[in-house]
Design a protein around this ligand. Structure first.
Ligand SMILES: CC(C)c1ccc(C(=O)O)c(O)c1O
Ligand SMILES: [Fe+2]
Length: 285
C-alpha cells in the first residue's frame, strides 16, 4: 500500500506564462517563489512551492503527493508496475526542477499524470500573498475520473486514501485527518478538475467573491457551503479554464473509528447547503 503523506504541488502547462503569473499573484493571491526559464513557482504556505506554471500544453496537468521515505518510491513503483501502470523514475534534473529529492511518475486508471515525491522543499521564507486573499495553504485537488468505481478502488486499495463521503458515486477521499485531499469528479477526459486553497475565514470567501467579480473573473460556483466537508466555498475560473476553489472551515476527522461515510445526492443540494447552483460543465450533462 502506498502511503500518501500530503498533496505536494500541481504543475500546469500554459501558453501564456505572464498571463498565468498575473492571475496567480494579483487575483488568486499566491506569492512568486521563483522565476526560472520557462516556468514560475508559487508559494501558498510554508512549502517552497505548491504550484508551478510552465510554458507548455495547458493539457499538461500533474499532481504530486509526498511520501515519507525514499524506499516508499521503490515499493510504489513495484506495486504500480505489477498492476499495469508504467512508472518512470524522475531524473536528478527533473527532481531539481520540482524542488524535491526524488520522485516517480505514473498515470492513474483515468490517465491523470501523478507524481510521488520524497523530500519536497520547505522554505524559511514566510508566504505572503501579493493580494490578501487570506490563503492558509494548498489543500486538495479535484481529479477527473472516467470511471468512478474503478478509480475509487484504485485510490483506496493501492494507496492509503479512504472515503470520507460520497456525492452520487463521486468519493471525497482523505489521506489524513483532513476531510478530503482528493475529490474524484466524473468526466470523460483526464485532468485536474479543480485546485483548492484554504482561506482563513468566511469573510475571506466573500471579500474574494466581490474582488474577483469586480474584475470580471468567471464565477463557477458559490459562494456556498458544502454539506460534506462543511466548508464555505467559492469556485472561479483561472487561466486555460482551470477551476480554483477557496474554502474555509474544512471538517477534520479526528477519530476515524467513529466516522461513517455519508451519501449525498449528485444534485446542487448535495454540493451546497445554501442553494448555490454550479456552473460546471459536468453537472449539466
Ligand atoms: C467535487 C466538488 C465540487 C466538491 C464537493 C465537496 C467538497 C467539500 O466537501 O469540501 C469539495 O471541496 C468539492 O470540491
Ligand atoms: Fe474542492
Amino acid at each position: 500500500m502506498i502511503k500518501l503523506a500530503d498533496v505536494s504541488y500541481v504543475r500546469l502547462g500554459t501558453r501564456d506564462l505572464e498571463g498565468a503569473t498575473h492571475f496567480a499573484t494579483e487575483y488568486l493571491g499566491l506569492d512568486v517563489a521563483e522565476r526560472a526559464k520557462g516556468s514560475v513557482y508559487f508559494k501558498s504556505d510554508e512549502r517552497e512551492h505548491t504550484l508551478c506554471y510552465f510554458e507548455g500544453d495547458p493539457g499538461d496537468q500533474v499532481v504530486c503527493f509526498e511520501v515519507e521515505e525514499q524506499f516508499h518510491l521503490d515499493e510504489a513503483a513495484t506495486q504500480l508496475e505489477s498492476l499495469g501502470h508504467p512508472v518512470r523514475r524522475g531524473t536528478a534534473s527533473e527532481a531539481a526542477l520540482r524542488k524535491v529529492h526524488d520522485f516517480i511518475a505514473f498515470r492513474d486508471p483515468t490517465g491523470n499524470p501523478i507524481e510521488l515525491a520524497w523530500r519536497p522543499g520547505y522554505s524559511s521564507r514566510r508566504y505572503h500573498g501579493a493580494r490578501d486573499a487570506g490563503i492558509t495553504g494548498f489543500s486538495h485537488v479535484g481529479l477527473c475520473s472516467s470511471d468512478l468505481a474503478r478509480d475509487e478502488a484504485f485510490w483506496t486499495k493501492v494507496t492509503n486514501a479512504q472515503v470520507s463521503d460520497r456525492i452520487g458515486d463521486a468519493p471525497l477521499l482523505r489521506i489524513d485527518e483532513v476531510h478530503h485531499t482528493i475529490a474524484l469528479f466524473p468526466s470523460a477526459k483526464p485532468g485536474i478538475q479543480h485546485i483548492n486553497h484554504q482561506v482563513e475565514t468566511g469573510d475571506d470567501i466573500m471579500r474574494s467573491h466581490q474582488f474577483l467579480k469586480d474584475r470580471q473573473v468567471r464565477m463557477v460556483f458559490g459562494p456556498g457551503r458544502h454539506p460534506t466537508s462543511s466548508a464555505k466555498f467559492l469556485y472561479f475560473e483561472g487561466p486555460d479554464g482551470m477551476v480554483f476553489e477557496y474554502s474555509s472551515g474544512v471538517r477534520e476527522i479526528a477519530d476515524e473509528l467513529l466516522w461513517r461515510e455519508r451519501q449525498y445526492v449528485f444534485e446542487p443540494k448535495g454540493f451546497c447547503k445554501w442553494g448555490a447552483k454550479p456552473n460546471i460543465a459536468e453537472f449539466n450533462k
